[in-house]
Design a protein around this ligand. Structure first.
Ligand SMILES: O=C(O)CCC(=O)C(=O)O
Ligand SMILES: [Fe+2]
Length: 203
C-alpha cells in the first residue's frame, strides 16, 4: 500500500471506530534497528522505572521501564521512526482536522510478569494528548507469550492486540481505556502521543 492509501486507511478507521492497527509503518529492517537499540539501552540499564502522572512516583499500576526520545539526541533509527510518525500526523491533520502539533515518544520494556493496569492516557489535568500510538518491537511473539494490549471498546467488549514487531496501534486517547496484560517474556515497544496545543501555550 502506498503512503497516501495507508494514511487514508488510518484516517477513515479513526473517524469511524476511533482506533486502528497498521502493519506497514516501517520496513522490517527499520523495526529491527529500533528493537536492537531498545534492547541495548535496556541491557545498559538506561531505562528508568516508569512514572504515573506528573511528578508522581512509579507504583504497582505499571511495571515498565522507559526512556523518552530526546529530539536533540535522536539516533538514526529514532529519526526514521519519528519522521514516519510525523508524516502520519500531518496526514491525519489534513484528513481529520485534528490540529496535532507535536508528538512525544518513549521506549518501554515490560519485564516478564509486568503489567500496566487499566487506564486512560489523558493526563489528569490536561487534554493535550489526542491520539495514542503504540509501536511494537517483538519478533516471533506467540499468543501464549501473553502481553496483549487490551483495548476496552465503548460497547462493553474488548480487543486484544498482540505486540508483534511492526504493529502500530492507534487510538483516540480520551476515548479508550486499555491495559497491558503480563507476558512470559520481555515486551518491547515505543509508546507515543500526538498532542494538540496545550491550553497554557495558546497566546
Ligand atoms: O505498551 C502498550 O501496549 C501500551 C502502553 C500504555 O498503555 C501506555 O504507556 O500508556
Ligand atoms: Fe496507555
Amino acid at each position: 500500500m502506498d503512503n497516501a492509501s495507508l494514511f487514508r486507511t488510518a484516517a477513515d478507521a479513526l473517524a469511524g471506530d476511533g482506533w486502528c492497527v497498521l502493519t506497514e509503518l516501517l520496513a522490517p529492517a527499520q523495526t529491527h534497528a529500533l528493537a536492537d537499540e531498545c534492547t541495548a539501552l535496556y541491557a545498559a540499564r538506561r531505562l528508568a522505572p516508569a512514572r504515573v502522572g506528573a511528578a508522581r512516583t512509579a507504583t504497582e499500576l505499571r511495571g515498565d521501564r522507559t526512556q523518552w526520545f530526546d529530539p536533540a539526541a535522536a539516533s538514526a533509527p529514532q529519526r526514521t521512526f519519528v519522521a514516519r510518525l510525523d508524516a502520519l500526523r500531518l496526514a491525519l491533520n489534513r484528513e481529520l482536522m485534528l490540529g496535532l502539533v507535536e508528538s512525544e515518544a518513549h521506549y518501554a520494556v515490560y519485564p516478564p510478569g509486568a503489567r500496566y493496569a487499566r487506564h486512560l492516557d489523558r493526563l489528569r489535568d490536561s487534554d493535550a494528548r489526542v491520539l495514542s500510538a503504540v509501536f511494537y518491537l517483538n519478533q516471533g511473539w506467540q499468543e501464549a507469550d501473553g502481553g496483549a494490549l487490551r483495548l476496552y471498546l465503548g460497547d462493553g467488549t474488548h480487543r486484544d492486540i498482540l505486540p508483534h514487531a511492526g504493529t502500530l496501534l492507534l487510538f483516540l486517547s480520551a476515548r479508550f481505556e486499555h491495559e497491558v496484560l503480563p507476558a512470559t517474556r520481555e515486551r518491547l515497544s515505543i509508546a507515543c502521543w500526538m498532542r494538540q496545543r496545550s491550553p497554557d501555550r495558546i497566546a
